[in-house]
Write a protein that binds this ligand. Structure first.
Ligand SMILES: Nc1ncnc2c1ncn2[C@@H]1O[C@H](COP(=O)(O)OP(=O)(O)O)[C@@H](O)[C@H]1O
Ligand SMILES: [Mg+2]
Length: 255
């Protein structure tokens, strides 16, 4: 059923989670659909920006399944058990369901459990029209599991040279990994109001470049609260993110 799947990547602290949370809000506000939000950063904080509790993570679930693997019912009912547990791990919020991946696997043998988990996460994903995945910082963690077959990979950067270089390395890596994303775009975050995104059009390797302005409100409110649920649609950063999402939604729909 998926209509638009957005994966969000980039170096730490450039605004991935901010982009993801506001993308979730915009997709819900404009479609009224319940959006699937996936937090694939082990240092999970998408829930905080969406003002939702940190529920049980897939990492927790994986450990529990591994610890009890001998007691699991056999056959079909084992799969039903896992599916049920995944549903329990979904946090329902205002306009979204949140799935938090949590920590990566430890030393045990997880192949079997990972396969079951992946099957169910894939089939769960099919029930949503809109999916937003907030990924871990750093390209080495760009996960096939969560970024494959997204429509648009949004690589977030700030205006620093280091972040821009990191963004283009992530784009190269995504190409090498053959993630089957339809488009890879650069999101230049924290722009000054007078800065022109046009000057960044020269970046090669991206299908498009979007600018997101620095928001005084977001910057100020992050001192007291992480939630972005009350950020108004008129906020410059929110408006820019909404525009980038709409443009990608339109472009990928016409393929
Ligand atoms: N457009 C923006 N305007 C103002 N502050 C922002 C903006 N984007 C991100 N921030 C702030 O930058 C910090 C890092 O953002 P975050 O989304 O957590 O980054 P990441 O997920 O990439 O580590 C946060 O304090 C956030 O409030
Ligand atoms: Mg983050």
């Amino acid at each position: 059923m998926s209509v638009f799947t957005a994966a969000v990547a980039g170096k730490g602290g450039v605004g991935k989670t901010t982009f993801s949370a506001l993308a979730v809000r915009h997709l819900h506000d404009s479609s009224k659909e319940v959006v699937l939000a996936v937090d694939a950063d082990p240092n999970a904080n998408l829930h905080a920006k969406l003002d939702a509790p940190l529920g049980r993570t897939i990492g927790d679930l994986r450990e529990e399944l591994l610890a009890n693997v001998d007691e699991l019912p056999a056959g079909v009912s084992k799969q039903e058990h896992v599916e049920y547990q995944i549903r329990l791990a979904l946090t329902e919020g205002g306009g979204f369901d949140l799935l938090t991946m949590g920590r990566q696997e430890g030393a045990g043998c997880y192949c079997y459990i990972n396969n079951i988990l992946r099957t169910f996460i894939d089939s769960l994903s099919e029930k949503y029209a809109y999916i937003v995945m907030d990924n871990e910082a750093g390209m080495e963690h760009l996960s096939r599991r969560t970024t494959r077959s997204s429509d648009t990979l949004f690589i977030v950067s700030d205006t620093s040279k280091a972040a821009l270089e990191s963004a283009s390395r992530i784009a190269d890596l995504a190409r090498d990994m053959d993630l089957s994303t339809y488009r890879t775009v650069l999101v230049q975050n924290l722009m000054r109001p007078d800065e022109e995104v046009a000057q960044f059009r020269s970046f090669s390797g991206f299908d498009a470049v979007y600018g997101v302005r620095r928001s005084a409100l977001i910057q100020e409110s992050s001192r007291s609260t992480e939630s972005l649920m009350d950020v108004p649609a008129t906020d410059p950063a929110f408006a820019d993110i909404a525009k980038a999402i709409d443009e990608e939604r339109r472009t990928t729909a016409g393929r």
